[in-house]
Design a protein around this ligand. Structure first.
Ligand SMILES: CC(C)(COP(=O)(O)OP(=O)(O)OC[C@H]1O[C@@H](n2cnc3c(N)ncnc32)[C@H](O)[C@@H]1OP(=O)(O)O)[C@@H](O)C(=O)NCCC(=O)NCCS
Length: 166
């Protein structure tokens, strides 16, 4: 499969939203059960675009099939840190797209001067955890009963990567 990893731009926002919505509706991975309404989604992206483009998407031709974003923390004492989120649309997984996306986004974060990247991943997302460990994230803690979906609680793991040690 041919794919390209590119920084998000405004014209890609609707495609991104569609990809996000598909992964969110699987209910098993993200902290949304569907994409947020357009104003919120657009707001996040405008912010991200202003934020040195620490947001990349994977394109199959012109279709967005995955995304990875690192949002820098706003408070002064956390300003060396960012929070990572990503997803690949079902049907495009297991083909290296996630690896390419996360490596591109982490490289951009390192160049930007961030020192710590953290994320939360639901305990049952084994392939996501394997990917994060592969690129240098380590588990820092368990967030017990962190998610509650369809009447079931699920733990999440807090994972982080420090650029100095990788
Ligand atoms: C997790 C996810 C982002 C990985 O992206 P991907 O494109 O499928 O991943 P890749 O093909 O690049 O594989 C990356 C690594 O993930 C792991 N992996 C991928 N598929 C796997 C599977 N079926 N079982 C176990 N590990 C798997 C492997 O470690 C793999 O590295 P390797 O090929 O060198 O062994 C993607 O599967 C996804 O979007 N899942 C649903 C949403 C999600 O979990 N998002 C993360 C929320 S924090």
């Amino acid at each position: 499969m041919e794919y390209r990893i590119v920084p998000i731009t405004e014209e890609l926002i609707p495609g991104y939203r569609m990809a996000f919505d598909k992964v969110a509706k699987e209910s098993r991975f993200l902290d949304y059960l569907e994409a947020p309404p357009p104003p919120e989604a657009v707001g996040e992206f405008v912010l991200s675009i202003q934020n040195n483009n620490l947001q990349f998407v994977a394109l199959d031709d012109q279709t967005v099939v995955g995304w990875c974003a690192i949002t820098a923390k706003a408070k002064a004492i956390y300003s060396h840190a960012g929070v990572l989120g990503m997803g690949i649309v079902e049907g495009y997984r297991g083909r290296g797209v996630g690896t390419a996306l996360i490596r591109t986004t982490l490289d951009a974060a390192r160049l930007r001067g961030l020192k710590r990247i953290e994320l939360q991943v639901r305990e049952n997302s084994l392939s996501a955890m394997a990917l994060f460990e592969k690129v240098g994230f380590v588990k820092e803690g368990v967030m017990r009963k962190h998610a509650f979906v369809d009447g079931v609680y699920e733990n999440s793991l807090l994972m982080a990567l420090l650029f100095e040690s990788t």
